[in-house]
Design a protein around this ligand. Structure first.
Ligand SMILES: Cc1cc2nc3c(=O)[nH]c(=O)nc-3n(C[C@H](O)[C@H](O)[C@H](O)COP(=O)(O)OP(=O)(O)OC[C@H]3O[C@@H](n4cnc5c(N)ncnc54)[C@H](O)[C@@H]3O)c2cc1C
Length: 630
């Protein structure tokens, strides 16, 4: 095998702003110094540029995005190193509500607060990233001529799970899910004749080979299995597995079967009851990186089977899988459009006349997000380090532009990750702090690669590919979503984003789920933009190069959205007990504390947009009336 050099892979090419972003990410780091402790964070220049008309527009930034450099250093110093941040400057600003975190939950909390306490209330949102939206971020590309939109994080509206409160919320913002669905021709890369395909890479499997129409959830034929470059014994074990009709648990009752399937991992189920060899089991390892965000070994057989992974045919069932049907509604930038609708509703002067029909194209004036006279203010690049109850409400301290500052408020809502809350709010009861720490978020990675054209993919007849040996386990073309005023044909041949999507495999020695999540997170943080760039260039060269794709010429931009704190932790068969109602960690964690209430999707232990909204609704309902806080 001859590996390509960096030069051959085009690493030297000056794709738009890569060099600028990597260099400047360090340049913008300044020091927040408090007492004996000093950490790097976004400087005053960066913070101030957020308020300069026209010059500040984060969605077009490429390079390392998501949890970008400069966003998390202060929080890590606080939570990981126990830094203390004392003697903040009192800004003299007073609010009715201060919200920590301007993700979907924080923005929804602002909306519900105004509903409950009136539109003349003064609200400040503090957000540690350089853009609003939390996970719901938009990547905007202009490198190929006209604007190409893609997801930076949160993708779908899972509308069938909406509560009545969320349905009302969507109605109020004019979000018509049925209309959105009609305007979509997108199915995560399953439309092309040979999709979904599986790509076996030379580094892992000794040969570069694309196998068309290989979906492990479907009943595979012997001909297809013969193309899989694993051992002969591995292929035979697959043929036997997919060919069987069995009832291996015939002797067990339904509840015994259920108990057994909930107590073993899916890979163990495949080994023990499916008869698969190790190299055949490996094909499944990363299969749930996108949907669950975890390695297959962390999933119980029950959870995996519920998610259509094969095996029911060993338990007396007929094969019934007809292909993935996930009828979610999307905007062309994922739920960033929902965020933009909320921001435009709360701060109309930032984006006037925005509706659900034009939101994807609307211009947002970031310089006007934090105007002193605004009833609602949104302050970016500001990391909250302390929130305490006071006699009149609460006081909130944050680091911004290398300085520590304090504001006072009648109410506060913590809409940030739960694991950081014990550090922000050390006076919380110990039991609540323990419950908050239970929430270890799931790391995710979404890398947009703007490719000049889809010619090579079209030759192969694929628009979605699984890559069981690579860092990103799934690729799909992102197009065909005509919502929010944006038009994008389902057969757009480019420039278009090829999304590299998934999570990061933990090392083998990380045994329990939380060790796996923490190890994956560290691996993700340790990877540089160049590591990701080399990876996508290697994959595209080896996968598409033979069909004429030139990694030197045909990659127009790369944006890596890393989310070390991604999906909210959801309770899982193998790792969590069944708690009695009211005793689950998230239920203890989200209890109000004086003038402080707690939101975020973590509060619902469920990684969904509608949950983030429901939890904001609950949190605002739990705030005491102003008179009760004094
Ligand atoms: C890649 C990805 C894909 C996803 N896809 C989907 C999907 O398809 N459908 C779906 O429903 N859900 C999806 N999710 C789940 C997503 O988490 C939720 O839908 C929703 O966006 C969560 O919103 P939130 O406000 O609860 O949390 P967040 O979006 O995490 O917002 C919390 C905000 O608080 C900020 N914060 C944290 N600490 C501080 C501090 N100390 N000071 C100031 N600010 C702070 C954070 O930086 C963040 O911006 C996805 C998530 C990711 C990462």
């Amino acid at each position: 095998m001859t590996r390509k050099t960096d030069e051959q892979l085009g690493m030297h090419r000056s794709i738009t702003r890569r060099d600028f972003v990597q260099g400047s990410s360090l340049a913008v780091l300044g020091a927040v110094t408090s007492g004996a402790f000093s950490v790097t964070a976004t400087t005053a220049a960066e913070a101030a540029s957020a308020r300069t008309p026209g010059s500040y527009y984060p969605p077009t930034k490429t390079g390392m995005r998501g949890s970008h450099n400069g966003a998390y250093e202060v929080a890590h110093a606080l939570a990981r190193q126990g830094a203390s941040f004392d003697n903040p400057e009192d800004t003299g600003e007073e609010y009715d509500l201060v919200i920590v975190g301007a993700g979907i939950s924080g923005l929804a909390a602002a909306y519900y607060y105004r509903k409950r306490f009136g539109n003349d209330t003064r609200i400040l949102l503090l957000e540690n990233h350089d853009d609003f939206g939390g996970h719901a971020k938009r990547n905007e590309f202009h490198q190929g001529g006209s604007m190409v939109l893609s997801l930076g994080g949160t993708h779908n509206l899972e509308w069938w799970q909406f509560s009545d409160a969320v349905k009302d919320f969507m109605d109020e913002f004019g979000v018509d899910v049925k209309a959105m669905l009609k305007n979509m021709d997108f199915d995560y890369g399953q439309s092309a004749p040979n999709s979904p395909a599986m790509w076996f890479d030379e580094d892992t499997y000794g040969v570069n080979r694309l196998v068309p129409r290989l979906d492990l959830n479907r009943r595979l034929t012997a001909d297809t299995i013969d193309l899989i470059p694993i051992s002969e014994a591995g292929r035979e074990s697959l043929k036997a597995f997919y060919g069987r009709s069995d009832d291996v648990f015939a002797e067990l009752s339904e509840s015994e079967t259920d108990e057994l399937l909930s107590s073993i991992s899916y890979p163990d189920f495949l080994r023990k009851y499916g008869g698969l060899t190790e190299d055949a089991v490996q094909l499944f390892d990363k299969k749930e990186h996108g949907a669950w965000g975890i390695e297959m070994r962390a999933l119980s057989a029950n959870d995996a089977l519920w998610d259509d992974n094969p095996g029911r045919h060993l338990m007396g069932d007929e094969w019934s899988y007809e292909g993935r049907d996930y009828p979610a509604a999307l905007w062309p930038d994922g739920n960033a459009s929902l965020v933009r609708l909320m921001v435009a509703g709360l701060l109309p002067h930032v984006a006037p006349n925005v509706t659900a029909d034009n939101v994807a194209l609307a211009k947002f004036n970031y310089a006007a997000l934090d105007e002193p006279e605004g009833a609602v203010r949104l302050r970016l690049n500001a990391t909250v380090v302390n929130t305490i109850n006071t006699e009149t409400g609460a006081s909130v301290t944050y680091a911004e532009g290398g300085q520590l500052k304090r504001v006072t408020t009648k109410h506060a809502v913590l809409a940030c990750y739960h694991s950081v809350i014990p550090h922000l709010c050390p006076s919380l009861p110990e039991q609540q702090k323990e419950a908050l720490k239970y929430q270890v978020k799931i790391p995710l990675i979404l890398t947009n690669v703007l490719i000049r054209n889809t010619d090579a993919l079209d030759k192969l007849g694929v628009d979605g590919i699984n890559c069981p040996g690579r860092l990103h386990a799934r690729l799909f073309l992102f197009r065909g979503i005509n919502n929010g005023g944006y038009d994008h044909a389902a057969d757009d041949s480019g420039p278009v984003s090829l999304v590299f999507w998934g999570s990061i495999s933990p090392p083998d020695d990380a045994i329990d789920l939380k060790s796996q999540l923490r190890a994956s997170r560290q691996k993700l943080l340790d990877l540089s933009f160049e590591d990701f760039e080399r990876e996508v260039r290697t994959v595209l060269n080896d996968l598409l190069g033979p069909e004429g794709f030139d990694v030197n010429e045909d990659i127009l931009a790369i944006t890596v959205n890393r989310w070390p704190h991604g999906y909210a932790y959801e309770y899982m068969d193998l790792w969590d007990p069944d708690w009695a109602e009211g005793e689950a960690p998230h239920e203890i964690a989200r209890q109000p504390f004086g003038a402080i209430a707690i939101a975020n999707s973590d509060a619902g232990a469920s990684a969904y947009t509608h949950v983030a909204i429901d939890e904001a609704y609950r949190a605002i309902g739990e705030l005491p009336h102003n008179s009760e806080t004094t």
